[in-house]
Design a protein around this ligand. Sequence first.
Ligand SMILES: [Fe+2]
Ligand SMILES: [Fe+2]
Length: 135
Amino acid sequence: METIIWTEALSVGVERIDREHQTLVVMLNDLGQVIGSGQGQQSVAQVVCRMRQYAQEHFATEEEAMTATRYSGRTSHMAEHDAFIEKVLEVEDALSQGEPVAAGDIWKYLRLWLTEHIQGPDKVLGEHLCACGKG
Ligand SMILES: [Fe+2]
Ligand SMILES: [Fe+2]
């Protein structure tokens, strides 16, 4: 699995959110290592579960900021978070039931979702929070 490097291109201009995104990138790289080292589905499941739990904490950070600033894009942004968690829970279920799951495809999905979400709706949210003086 390739390594993802966090660069300013992924910054949304809000320090706390950037720090949490950096942690998610670290977790994604950890997952890549576990998959690459062939440690098996149980280990993959554990790392995916940890990453999903941290993503939920992170989404709560963003959603609280959206509520506090009466952000108009809150509903659609939250729908993206919810769809992501739902999808990851499905993957966790499949892994825990020992169903054959292509770990590399999971990793690619997580990477694509994370980078597109950060550079899309999270950046828009970051601009809004900065404009509200919450950057
Ligand atoms: Fe978000
Ligand atoms: Fe985010």
